[in-house]
Design a protein around this ligand. Structure first.
Ligand code: HEM
Length: 488
């Protein structure tokens, strides 16, 4: 093996990496210790802000293979031909805890996929649950504050968690999932992934379809009980994913979509853009479309997993957003977070860089590189930096009108105001349906987990929560009440 010379950050060979230069053996350091100073200064700058949510996570590379052409629904280039393969980077995460929390919190799990397509990066930034606690982005900061640590004590605060939910019956469906026996996945390999939101496909005829992603674990579903989670290694999910891929046991998921036509959306009983509701499979069956496999670990956790930037607005021609009021807020939030957390040119980092030509007139900013990452062609170097210009025959980029998204329909006689979805206040039926599907022991586990948190809330919060459970299913409330009585 050849010997490699240690260098400074600028490549100059280093003679000694153990001893600083000092005035005599026991004396002070001198100003010509530039290498010591470089080390100390760089060390001071090793941290970037952690993600405000989903701070703790694990990532890996892999492949998405298409098994069914979606040509009829979308022009998305990676969804056209059976057998087509697209490189991906996937990051799994918990939501509420900081970077040094446990992999085994009772918390939803993030399930974010970056598809490096030949028409740009497409990010599916979903969770392991098909619904969410909220349906309007304006509530997200309040919700997250209530779930994170108490601002005074810096301790978890179950009373605040339940206080938020008592004031937001729309959370009941997701609360039922979170507190159920699926609330603590045994590993990232043993859980499903969902876009949760409704997105849109559009095809070459300009027809639009609403759709949702489902990624079903081929490893099966496995979960931990509270007492198992309490003693599990906080790094268990990271170890599990890393180890499985190192051993060549590549985890995989079967990709499916649910599709709704624009006509169906107009008359369907459930608001198709309400993130607190699922689309029943009986009405919108799952269509199998491909396989997602993870087969390569990252080389450097910080450079790749920590600096990975996923954004729901990283869309490609053929895939659009929907009027979902949570999704709309997310279309703004993520790139803003990336500019703060990673920097203006975050998309030039190898893990974030597209694998197709990136050609635009944006220039400069912190850490701007002229060398395109991942082999992508870039005109950022000496190319013209304004549009329009007279150099289109010399390679200056021009817009491509054929990828324009068809106009988004307005589903009702719309007024611009604050709505609150007053016509769709049934927060209880789907939560009740989920409860009724559970076995006796699953119902007991659910009731116990909720009761253990709820007893710590105020009398008024307990009352309002029990009313919500009662409206979903009287037996649901009865079981929780009886565990609470036993605990108090
Ligand atoms: C309006 C609602 C929401 C807002 C404002 C919001 C905001 C954020 C922000 C700021 C981050 C950190 C991004 C970063 O620093 O890279 C994040 C991460 C994330 N969010 Fe959301 N979020 C919302 C709802 C949701 C929902 C409904 C889901 C799932 C369906 C979701 C899934 C994720 C995932 C998976 C990550 C981690 C991505 C990664 O691995 O880097 N979020 N969110």
């Amino acid at each position: 093996m050849s010997k490699h010379t240690l260098t400074t950050a600028t490549g100059s060979p280093v003679a000694d990496d153990d001893n600083s230069i000092s005035v005599g053996e026991r004396g002070a350091l001198t100003f010509d210790n530039h290498y010591t100073f470089e080390k100390l200064a760089h060390f001071n700058r090793e941290r970037i802000p952690e993600r405000v949510v989903h701070a703790r996570g694990s990532g890996a590379y892999g492949t998405f293979t298409l098994n069914k052409s979606l040509k009829n629904y979308t022009i998305a280039s990676f969804l056209q031909e059976v057998g087509q393969k697209t490189d991906v980077f996937v990051r799994f995460s918990t939501v509420g805890g900081g970077q040094d929390s446990s992999d085994y919190a009772r918390d939803p799990r993030g399930f974010a996929i970056k598809f490096y397509t030949d028409q740009g990066n497409y990010d599916m930034v979903g969770n392991n649950t098909p619904v969410f606690f909220l349906r309007d982005a304006i509530k997200f900061p309040d919700f997250i504050h209530s779930q994170k640590k108490n601002p005074r004590s810096n301790l978890p605060d179950p009373a605040a968690i339940y206080e938020f939910w008592a004031n937001h019956p729309q959370s009941l469906h997701q609360v039922t999932i979170l507190m159920s026996d699926r609330g603590i996945p045994a590993s990232y390999r043993h859980m499903h992934g969902f876009s949760s939101h409704t997105f849109s496909f559009w095809n070459s005829k300009g027809e639009r379809f609403w759709f949702k992603w489902h990624f079903k674990s081929n490893q099966g579903i496995e979960n931990l009980r509270n007492e198992q989670a309490a003693t599990a290694s906080p790094f268990g999910a990271q170890q599990d994913l890393l180890g499985a891929i190192d051993r060549g046991e590549y985890p995989s998921w079967t990709a499916k979509v649910q599709v709704m036509t624009e006509e169906e959306a107009k008359s369907y009983a459930i608001n198709p853009f309400d993130l607190t509701k699922v689309w029943p499979h009986a009405d919108f069956p799952l269509i199998e479309v491909g396989q997602l496999e993870l087969n390569r670990n990252v080389e450097n956790y910080f450079a790749e997993t920590e600096q990975a930037c996923f954004a729901p607005n990283n869309l490609v021609p053929g895939i659009g957003a929907s009027p979902d009021k949570m999704l709309q807020g997310r279309l703004l939030a993520y790139q803003d977070a990336h500019r703060y957390r990673v920097g203006t040119n975050a998309n030039q980092l190898p893990v974030n860089a597209a694998k197709c030509p990136v050609q635009h007139y944006q220039r400069d900013g912190t850490m701007a590189g002229t060398c395109p990452a991942n082999g992508a062609v870039s005109v950022q170097g000496s190319g013209v930096n304004y549009y329009p210009n007279d150099r289109i025959n010399d390679g200056a980029p021009v817009p491509e009108p054929s990828v324009a998204e068809p106009p988004m329909p307005v589903l009702e006689n719309a007024w611009v105001t604050r709505y609150g979805l007053a016509d769709d206040e049934d927060h209880y039926t789907q939560a009740g349906n989920l409860f009724r599907l559970m076995s006796e022991s699953q119902k007991d586990q659910l009731a116990t987990t909720i009761a253990e948190g709820l007893v710590q809330a105020t009398e008024s919060v307990q009352q309002r929560m029990l009313e919500q459970f009662n409206r979903a299913e009287p037996d649901y409330a009865r079981r929780i009440r009886s565990v609470m009585d036993a605990l108090s």
